[in-house]
Design a protein around this ligand. Structure first.
Ligand code: CU
Length: 67
């Protein structure tokens, strides 16, 4: 498994947290959102999932992956 931490702008509340976690899950990964630091810890199997897909899934929800 590969683990990355991204900074995501635009998350402000529990709904955002859930939306991001759900989007990542649907893209094939696992996400843990920390609203305070705006960081999302993402775990995925790099044999099956491309990180670009996860990034797109988060951005499709209206959030900005900045790093
Ligand atoms: Cu929100």
């Amino acid at each position: 498994m590969t683990e990355v931490t991204w900074k995501v702008e635009g998350m402000t509340c529990g709904h955002c947290k859930q939306a991001v976690e759900k989007a990542v899950q649907e893209a094939g990964g696992e996400a843990k959102v920390d609203l305070g630091s705006k960081q999302v810890k993402i775990t995925y199997d790099n044999a099956k999932v491309q990180p670009e897909k996860i990034r797109e899934a988060i951005e499709d929800q209206g959030y900005d992956v900045v790093s």
